[in-house]
Ligand binder design. Structure first.
Ligand SMILES: [Zn+2]
Length: 154
């Protein structure tokens, strides 16, 4: 069988393996949450708050999934102090992170916001522990220089 024909792992059906590699750059519409990215670039992490019912959201939502309000949401800086709820080390990475080293992902609970945040855990935390004090910080990810938020030391 030619090298460009592989078997699907589950079905065992033959698959054509294209020899080109694709460089994908995503474009995601963010018109109503653009403020989030502008603030992130200045090191501030914003959530959204519904002006009608007061529900808070992170990641920011452009409308309220609690009361259905679809006008302009209020942006406010998150209180980023919290505790680590859980974490896991990622060895088998999705294709878009295949060039990255192994990394750790966690879920943190922000105490004063009562919101859970999913994020990578910063390398500064060598041994993550459930219940440890954390804060969410904006940093440049070293692998691709993207501005992202990490679960970090308080
Ligand atoms: Zn609402």
């Amino acid at each position: 069988m030619p090298e460009y024909i592989a078997k699907d792992e589950k079905s065992r059906n033959p698959l054509l393996v294209d020899m080109r590699s694709l460089n994908i750059r995503y474009r995601i519409p963010v018109s109503r949450i653009e403020k989030f990215y502008e603030s992130l670039d200045r090191g501030i992490i914003m959530g959204t708050k519904c002006p009608v019912c007061g529900s808070r959201f992170f990641p920011p939502q452009a409308w309220c999934s609690e009361c259905g309000f679809s006008g302009d949401m209020e942006f406010y800086p998150l209180d980023t102090h919290g505790h680590l709820l859980t974490f896991t080390r990622i060895f088998a990475k999705p294709k878009s992170f295949s060039g990255f080293g192994d990394y750790t992902v966690g879920i943190a609970h922000l105490d004063r916001e009562n919101i859970n945040v999913l994020a990578w855990i910063d390398d500064a935390i060598q041994k993550p522990e459930v219940g440890m004090e954390i804060s969410i910080k904006v940093e440049k990810r070293k692998e691709d220089n993207a501005t992202v938020y990490f679960i970090s030391k308080p």
